[in-house]
Ligand binder design. Structure first.
Ligand SMILES: [Zn+2]
Length: 158
């Protein structure tokens, strides 16, 4: 069983088995027990894409959190067509991925971001509430296939 951690040397996010591992990018050798497995939040496409491309700066939830810090962004297999319309209306000039490209960004971990807080009001056009998790430093990563769960979860990979 693998979990997802960030290399302490180059910060590459990767799925690893517990124990001594070599980073897949910089080859730095480290013990996974010295690193906390990263937690993830599942966000439907194309919303996850909008976050990872620096458009959407807040994630709406019905529940609140006191958690701040690094998270992984998971995208499930369901696609929100209404959401795509909203994103296109907000950003008429932006290049939207094709359906085939979106398929490569679904069914697993697709990126990372930092949760900086949880608000009940915001001027962000992406805020609908009732709660908004404010996000920073969002960045796409290559798909790491895994199942999603409700709320925050620690991805486990066979
Ligand atoms: Zn590394």
């Amino acid at each position: 069983m693998k979990t997802i951690i960030k290399c302490p040397n180059c910060t590459k996010v990767q799925a690893v088995k517990p124990g001594m591992v070599n980073c897949s990018t910089c080859n730095f050798r480290f013990n996974t027990e010295s690193r906390q497995p990263l937690r993830a939040l599942s966000i439907q496409q194309p919303w996850a894409w909008a976050i990872l491309n620096g458009l959407k700066d807040i994630e709406n939830r019905k529940w609140t959190t006191t958690f701040t810090g690094q998270i992984l962004i998971h995208a499930g297999q369901k696609f929100d067509n209404e959401g795509l319309k909203f994103i296109k209306d907000m950003n008429p000039d932006i290049e939207i991925p094709t359906e085939k490209e979106f398929k490569k960004m679904m069914g697993g971990i697709v990126g990372k971001a930092v949760i900086t807080g949880c608000v009940e009001e915001s001027d962000s056009p992406w805020f609908f509430g009732p709660f908004g998790f404010t996000l920073a430093n969002a960045k796409a990563i290559d798909l790491i296939p895994c199942k999603g769960q409700l709320k925050f979860f620690t991805p486990k990979i066979d």
